[in-house]
Design a protein around this ligand. Structure first.
Ligand SMILES: NC(=O)c1ccc[n+]([C@@H]2O[C@H](COP(=O)([O-])OP(=O)(O)OC[C@H]3O[C@@H](n4cnc5c(N)ncnc54)[C@H](OP(=O)(O)O)[C@@H]3O)[C@@H](O)[C@H]2O)c1
Length: 247
């Protein structure tokens, strides 16, 4: 029997596309989200269309107990799993985070602390289980260089990318793989109405790229692919020049 895939932050647009792709491939799913019971119509639709098991799990990345207990709760309630994809995140508003210490703390806690705690416990569970498995963490190209327009979100995502890099090295001699995903702009509720977007990808495109990278056992994925080269150029701009730019 195929093990389950667990999606953390299952109401997100990218998560919805991932769930559909995984279900179409016959993967049983655990959809973890805040107000998980509201996802029942989505779960029912996936069960009906693809004939797979879809279970729901209450999950709040800002609640330390909820984040840390994810692997134990999934295993106890639904059985073994071998793929965990952390999708949740919050863009927030940079100006608000600059003025309001609570808003800044929240952005860092959702995007970094919640993800690090949940995936850390998932890693321990999968390492102890001793079977082939994959952990996927979604960071952002925003984590590759600090910019005035989103450096609080970017710092949290950059920290998550560093964390995943260390986790990948720690687990390298085990059966557990770690994939870091760095999307560019994606057409989701997170970016709706934002000025200055370009080369915007669909969530379906990003979901397909992620699952292909899982199958190919990749370490780091920029999606769509051209963001890898855009970010090489952005990282190469000397700091003396970069600090004068309006990005
Ligand atoms: N869209 C982009 O351009 C873009 C670019 C780079 C990276 N990303 C990253 O891609 C991932 C998916 O984003 P998306 O574009 O699909 O955005 P989205 O549709 O706005 O989804 C974000 C999801 O995160 C969930 N979430 C927020 N705080 C949470 C918490 N404390 N506990 C559990 N879930 C929480 C939200 O849950 P609720 O439904 O309960 O509010 C929401 O479903 C995020 O990590 C984002 O940072 C997105």
């Amino acid at each position: 029997m195929t093990d389950r895939a667990v999606i953390l932050g299952a109401r997100s647009a990218i998560a919805t596309a991932l769930a559909r792709e995984l279900a179409a491939a016959g993967r049983p799913l655990v959809l973890a989200a805040r107000r998980a019971d509201e996802l029942e119509p989505v779960a029912a639709d996936l069960r009906l269309r693809f004939g797979i098991a879809v279970d729901l799990l209450e999950f709040d990345a800002l609640d330390p107990v909820s984040a840390a207990s994810v692997p134990a709760r999934v295993a106890a309630a639904f059985g073994p799993f071998d793929l965990v994809i952390q999708v949740f995140g919050e863009l927030g508003r940079q100006e608000q985070a600059q003025q309001d210490p609570g808003a800044m703390r929240r952005l860092i806690e959702v995007n970094f602390t919640g993800a690090a705690v949940a995936l850390g416990q998932v890693a321990n569970y999968l390492e102890a289980r001793g079977q082939a498995a994959t952990i996927v963490g979604i960071t952002s190209v925003a984590g590759d260089r600090g910019r005035q327009s989103n450096y609080v979100y970017g710092a949290a995502k950059g920290a998550l990318a560093l964390y995943l890099q260390g986790l990948r090295q720690r687990l390298n001699r085990t059966h557990v793989r770690v994939l870091t995903v760095k999307p560019g702009f994606v057409d989701t509720p997170m970016t709706e109405g934002l000025p200055g977007l370009f080369l915007v990808a669909s969530p379906e495109r990003v979901a397909r790229d992620i699952l292909r990278a899982v199958a190919r056992r990749r370490d780091v994925l920029y999606t769509p692919w051209f963001w890898r080269y855009i970010m090489v150029c952005i990282r190469w701009i000397p700091e003396r020049l970069f600090k004068r730019l309006r990005l």
